[in-house]
Ligand binder design. Structure first.
Ligand code: F58
Length: 835
């Protein structure tokens, strides 16, 4: 990209680049064959399903590319304000089916592939997930860029292109074993290397003070890595708009030391390359815990520096003064992991662009906004000052100054309140000083939001309490999460989607979930109800096949499917669930065979990954698998109770599992789950929630009505008192919980010693997650679920009514609220609507 590009004078060139997407079978076939033969050097006779996928995917991407180019060109031509969603995680999953649906080419490709003997479903199954995220936070980022694209907001995601994404989970002898996710081993049709978009990123080094301006420095270092951009298209649905996720990869080419090589030092010659590459090699696999490793800090900075340089390079093309940046760019921090973007922007504005401190600070705080996703103390990001000072000396200096000016302004308003100053300082004065990233993010942003109403209230009363007092209520707002109706209904649940489309009259609901309201009028329509039930049964049969294929366990789709799928964490209480299962098993064993025949059949499904270093969570997985082994092979029990742990939970697995649930469990200790987003997906797919009064469960309950949700357990405001009590008093399990413990301790599920630490955490460790408190009401809630499920007609009514009332939980609604209340940005549709 050297020199200025001449304007294109060739009309044919321009016309082709703007031409309509061809939809006829002959053109599609031609492009698939073209890729098969010229991109992959295969003949039609030697085409297997893997190559059929690749050739089709490249063909679809050609169609997407054209729109993508036009979108970028259009937004830069009109000088649209753009939202940059900075997230160290994007849990995208697969793209092929999503792109086919967005382009409305699914039937066409199914036809073309059918002609050569392939089923589209099998071809779709060839794609590997892009699993560049851990859980909720990463998937939320993917839903938000999907909504930005589909709602025509000029918006980009920024992240890292990890060579190894979320690890693959194998279950060996009941234990989780991690294997690397080598997702880039085969060609990836959904990324575009942009070798020309590369930025140098510095580490370590020293500072030289500007002789004229005391706060301006030159940062000199010879540790410089290159971050190179890879772009992933985000197909907008029902629009020609295509969004972008720009991922940085640490480029190593320039780091080969030819001198060392010539001197015979082969390892030394590539040492620089290895050191650089490591930066974007792996995703840290933690969910709601802070790892605090130096490599992680360097990852975060590489990400922030490259992203800020890129945003500024784009802005500078407008020729406007830097202080106008907030008029063209809004940056959203997806939790604290990208917070170094704040001092990095300050550094660029002051040291490189020559702004004064005040101008730079004003520009920065108007540009950034920050989303908090957790209240768990162990997840709070903090970096030791000495580490930060060594790796990022300039940024440490800037953070000190930000803190100084902030504390000075507080001191003026609240003189002599030393306690207050200590509490709000960005630098924590503990044994070793630490930088509190949540405070830095808060001080450097103009808006701070939580992700569900209860969570936003809690953060205002806890970690940001003093900041609310100092900076005002208005800065702290709520943006309840949402999920994409494209992936989480239309793509994963084709049968239910067809029914909704029939009821609505067209497909407009896919971009406007308020249309689901019409389902309410169908609730008494016999035929509709029957089809609704059949769609669920079909999804259950599909999941039963998936379970058989992944675990070898046979389950009957006629049973109640009871599902808990999410990261394994103590606060999410999978332990309580499996203890409930054990208690159920205990009761079944006490019954006579005749009594057992009257019992409702149930399949309890678990899936989820534990962070590699999270021992307790891994023991919970082992317990679930041990229980499954005993229960599933107990001939007395048969189909009355089955327990399944589906290995390697992923976005794609979720797309099979969620549409098949009758009841799903969201049972975190009240006040601990910020929002949850799978709860929304389950209800949108006609499932009912069994949950605590926590996170977005509460708002889901408000929307669907109390008949449509099963709540249990203590309330958030009661938790502190219970915890306090249990610190000083022996927890008392009720009879049911004690029966479950007894069953474990009598070696029913193998050597009880393995599981004793799990029991001890409850009985001797203060029962921090309040299992003894909530277990009785949990068991009662299960009974209520069972009674309701037996009332088949009422259950179908609940299911239809729930879906009809779920509009609020579309990520389109969430993104629109962010756009209006935080980003101050408007849709800028490119081309025409395609619905
Ligand atoms: C999740 N956080 C919340 N963090 O737990 C969940 O309640 C919420 O619905 C969701 O965010 C979206 O708002 C979460 O997923 C992480 O995985 C972090 C990744 C990086 C390290 C620290 C945890």
């Amino acid at each position: 990209a050297q020199g200025k590009t001449p304007a294109c004078e060739d009309n044919e060139f321009r016309a082709y680049s703007h031409s309509e997407i061809a939809r006829d079978a002959a053109t599609i076939k031609n492009s698939v064959v073209m890729h098969l033969t010229t991109t992959f050097l295969r003949t039609p006779d030697s085409m297997d399903s893997g190559h059929a996928y690749l050739a089709s995917a490249f063909s679809v991407r050609d169609r997407l590319l054209q729109r993508w180019n036009l979108t970028n060109e259009y937004h830069s031509n009109i000088g649209a304000k753009t939202i940059y969603y900075m997230s160290l995680e994007f849990l995208v999953g697969r793209t092929f089916d999503n792109a086919l649906l967005a382009l409305q080419l699914r039937d066409e490709y199914a036809g073309v592939l059918g002609d050569v003997g392939f089923r589209l479903e099998d071809i779709i199954d060839e794609e590997r997930d892009a699993a560049l995220g851990n859980g909720g936070l990463g998937r939320l980022a993917a839903c938000y860029v999907d909504s930005m694209a589909s709602s025509n907001y000029p918006g980009w995601g920024y992240g890292l292109r990890y060579r190894y994404g979320m690890f693959q989970q194998q279950i060996i002898n009941g234990y989780q074993v991690e294997a690397p996710d080598c997702w880039l081993d085969s060609p990836n049709p959904w990324e575009f290397p942009r070798a020309d978009v590369t930025y140098p990123v510095k580490f370590y080094g020293h500072l030289v003070r500007d002789p004229e301006v005391s706060y301006r420095y030159k940062w000199e270092s010879n540790v410089v890595y290159d971050a190179m951009a890879f772009d992933m298209p985000v197909p907008g649905y029902g629009t020609e708009n295509v969004g972008n996720i720009r991922l940085w990869s640490c480029k190593t080419n320039g780091l080969f030391d030819l001198n060392k090589f010539n001197a015979g030092d082969y390892q030394g010659a590539t040492g620089g390359q290895v050191a650089a590459q490591i930066l974007t090699d792996v995703l840290y696999p933690n969910d709601n815990t802070n790892e605090g490793k130096e490599l992680r800090l360097r990852q975060e900075f590489l990400f922030c520096s490259a992203t800020l340089q890129d945003i500024i390079a784009r802005f500078k093309k407008t020729g406007k003064p830097m202080t106008q940046l907030p008029e063209l760019a809004a940056i959203q921090l997806n939790d604290t992991h990208p917070t170094l973007g704040i001092p990095e922007l300050m550094r660029i504005l002051i040291d490189e662009e020559g702004l004064s401190w005040d101008e730079a600070w004003d520009t920065t705080t108007k540009t950034f906004a920050f989303t908090n996703h957790t209240v768990l103390p162990e997840a709070m990001e903090k970096w030791p000052v000495p580490m930060m000072d060594k790796i990022l000396p300039r940024h440490m200096g800037i953070i000190y100054d930000i803190n100084l000016f902030f504390l000075q302004s507080v001191e003026e308003r609240f003189p002599k309140d030393r306690e207050l100053l200590r509490n709000i300082s960005i630098i924590e004065e503990s044994n070793s000083q630490q930088v509190r990233m949540a405070y830095l993010a808060c001080v450097g942003s103009h808006k701070v939001n939580g992700v569900a109403a209860i969570h936003s209230d809690i953060i205002k009363q806890t970690i940001f309490k003093d900041f609310v007092r100092i900076q005002g209520e208005d800065k702290f707002i709520n943006k309840t999460n949402g999920v994409s109706p494209r992936r989480w209904v239309n793509e994963c649940n084709p049968d239910m989607s067809r029914l909704i489309t029939e009821a609505v009259g067209d497909r407009s609901w896919i971009n406007d979930l308020t249309k689901l309201k019409v389902l309410e009028s169908k609730v008494d329509d016999k035929e509709f109800r029957q089809s609704w039930w059949e769609a669920k049964q079909k999804n259950k049969a599909r999941l039963a096949e998936y379970i058989l294929a992944t675990t070898g366990i046979n389950v009957s789709p006629d049973a109640l499917f009871d599902v808990q799928v999410k990261r394994i964490h103590e606060y999410k209480r999978q332990l309580m669930n499996i203890l409930g299962v054990i208690y159920r098993y205990h009761r079944l064993k006490q019954m006579s065979a005749a009594e057992r025949t009257k019992e409702l059949h149930r399949v309890v499904v678990f899936a989820g990954k534990a962070a590699a270093g999270y021992w307790v969570a891994k023991q919970v997985i082992k317990l679930i698998n041990s229980v499954a082994e005993v229960v599933n092979s107990d001939e007395e029990i048969g189909d009355v109770l089955k327990v399944v742990f589906i290995p390697d939970y992923s976005v794609t697995a979720a797309e099979y599992i969620i549409p098949a649930s009758d009841i799903s469990q969201h049972i975190s200790t009240a006040g601990t789950e910020a929002s949850g987003t799978s709860n929304m997906k389950f209800v949108l797919n006609g499932g009912i929630i069994l949950g605590t009064v926590d996170g977005a469960n509460i708002e889901i309950g408000e929307e669907v009505g109390e008949e449509q949700i099963f709540f249990f357990g203590c309330l958030a405001h009661e938790v502190d008192e219970f915890r306090h009590y249990l610190r000083f008093h022996q927890p008392k399990p009720d009879e049911a919980l004690q029966a479950a413990f007894d069953m474990i301790q009598s070696n029913t599920f193998g050597d009880a010693h393995i599981f004793q630490p799990l029991i001890d955490a409850v009985l001797c460790g203060g029962d921090v997650y309040l299992l003894t408190v909530d277990f009785p009401s949990y068991v009662e809630a299960h009974k209520a679920v069972e009674a309701a499920y037996r009332q088949h007609d009422d259950w179908v009514t609940k299911s239809i009514l729930s879906v009809s009332r779920m509009a609020k939980f579309s990520s389109d609604r969430a993104v629109q609220e962010y756009a209006e209340e935080i980003w101050n940005i408007e849709p800028a549709p490119v081309g025409k609507s395609t619905v």
